[in-house]
Write a protein that binds this ligand. Structure first.
Ligand SMILES: Nc1ncnc2c1ncn2[C@@H]1O[C@H](COP(=O)(O)OP(=O)(O)OP(=O)(O)O)[C@@H](O)[C@H]1O
Ligand SMILES: [Mg+2]
Length: 468
């Protein structure tokens, strides 16, 4: 090697070593105020969604996310307990994320992103219960076979998405027959408390035709999380499920993150061609968490205390489920919506009804009659049923609904004996078939009903009506 070249070589080697060893420049802000739920910091200029650590000497660092700013002030929501923080604590933005280029993969955007949230994804999540930060909650040791992936995902362009065309077997007779669900559909489950939402979701988790089931338990009571996983989901449901749980006592940021994480896990499997069932309990508590955050950083309340951002967040979350790009994979999603006392004015229930492709209403009156699942078929509708059911099936459903509606409408009349048999042939049919219809709509939570059997049963009853 000529001497000049050796000199250059040494110089270059030396320069590389220096660059590699140079400490990254770190920016630190200072905690200046904590008011209610919000932390205020000066000295950092991080974008919305950036993750930071709030560090106090002598206590564990608290993770926080930038949720807003005003001039030099950054507003952060903590993801943990803020007990023990005081003015002057350091606010340290998380290191930027630089995706590692991999051979054979299409070139990705390799600009360093600010420290946005990354959470574990992969097959290793199956059968596990994790919290919104991706930490296992089931005491089965650390997650295996997972990789940290960024959480900031966007919905698929509506034009690149296949419409809902294939029926999906949910294992629940009343839904399969009268409210047929399509692969990639998004359905709301509207109900008050204690009328059987969790049990119904559990039935779907056990019997639905799906490769992977992702359950997001958002804002539930802590006891209920354990009950859902052990009793309702059961071993059979759990093996192909991922559960993300953010109980009611988790900070609002984590409750929102739980819903976003569950959706991202579903997207991960969907993008690998799997058919995913996403069960989110509940969308209302997600909106309530957003309300807490938005009010805390000073957004004015609009409808029933909900600031406008809540109504923007709902479709942003819901639009991420559905069919995948060019027919590869799908997410069929059920979102529970709390609607207390048949309150049709509840703004979240209203907003949800408008953005979902169907609603299943659970009725307290039916639950009180021990009619389970307490699905009020008259008030419920699946907006894609006409795309996924055969004409014979649709006709049978129409006849069944007519009969059932006729009976429920005249029930009080019949009960007090004010109806004389023979004066209305349709009502005669309805009265005769009522026991069969009721038995058909009820279902034991420990048994599934296939789509074919459900449709056959429906057609059998519909064909027995003579007046139609
Ligand atoms: N299919 C069913 N068969 C028999 N009993 C049922 C069925 N579904 C619900 N129940 C009864 O209703 C009770 C309440 O159900 P569940 O816990 O699912 O309600 P929930 O709507 O999730 O309530 P919460 O609002 O408290 O979360 C159950 O404990 C059970 O006794
Ligand atoms: Mg429940």
């Amino acid at each position: 090697m000529p001497p000049e070249r050796a000199v250059w070589q040494r110089f270059m080697d030396d320069a590389r070593r220096r660059v590699e060893q140079a400490p990254g420049l770190e920016v630190r802000g200072t905690l200046t105020r904590v008011a209610g739920l919000v932390l205020e910091a000066r000295g950092i200029r991080e974008p919305i969604g950036a993750q930071c650590q709030v560090v106090m000497p002598g206590s564990a660092p608290v993770l926080a996310e930038v949720v807003g700013f005003s001039g030099e002030l950054a507003y952060l929501m903590p993801a943990g307990d803020v007990h023990g923080l005081s003015a002057g604590a350091s606010v340290v933005p998380a290191a930027p994320y630089v995706p590692v280029p991999r051979l054979g993969e299409p070139e990705r955007d390799v600009r360093a992103r600010s420290g946005m949230l990354r959470l574990p994804q992969g097959r290793g999540l199956l059968g596990r219960v994790v919290d919104p930060q991706g930490m296992p909650m089931d005491g089965q040791g650390p997650l295996q076979d997972v990789a940290a992936e960024p959480m900031d995902r966007r919905p698929i362009n509506a034009m690149d998405r296949d419409p809902v065309r294939l029926p999906l077997d949910t294992g629940v007779r009343a839904i399969n027959s009268l409210l047929t669900v399509g692969r990639g559909q998004r359905i709301g489950l509207f109900a008050g408390s204690g009328v059987g939402k969790s049990v119904l979701l559990g039935m779907m988790a056990r019997y639905t035709e799906a490769d992977v089931i992702v359950v997001g338990l958002i804002g539930e009571r802590g006891r209920e999380v354990k009950e859902f996983i052990e009793d309702i989901l059961g071993e059979e449901g759990r093996a192909r499920s991922v559960v993300v749980a953010a109980p009611a006592d988790a900070p609002p940021l984590l409750r929102m993150q739980g819903a976003a994480y569950a959706t991202a896990v579903a997207e991960h499997f969907r993008d690998r061609g799997q058919h995913v069932l996403l069960l989110m309990d509940s969308l209302t508590r997600y909106a309530m968490a957003q309300r807490e955050i938005a009010l805390a950083i000073g957004e004015p309340p609009a409808t029933k205390g909900y600031p406008p951002s809540c109504f923007a967040r709902l479709p942003a979350l819901v639009e991420r489920s559905g069919n995948g790009l060019n027919g590869v994979g799908s997410i069929t999603a059920f979102y529970t919506v709390l609607s207390e006392g048949d309150d049709q004015q509840d703004p979240i229930a209203d907003a949800a009804r408008a953005i979902l492709d169907g609603h299943i209403v659970l009725s307290r009156a039916l639950a009180e009659e021990a009619h389970y699942p307490a699905i009020d078929v008259e008030q419920s509708a699946s907006r894609v049923m006409h795309n996924v059911a055969t004409p014979e099936h649709l006709e049978a459903a129409r006849r069944f609904r007519t009969l059932y509606g006729r009976f429920r409408g005249s029930r009080d009349l019949v009960r007090v004996g004010a109806y004389a048999a023979g004066s209305d042939p349709l009502l005669d049919d309805a009265i005769r078939l009522q026991p069969a219809m009721t038995a058909f709509l009820q279902q034991n939570m420990r048994e599934g009903a296939s789509l074919d059997d459900s449709v056959e049963g429906l057609q059998y009853i519909a064909a027995a009506a003579q007046a139609l």
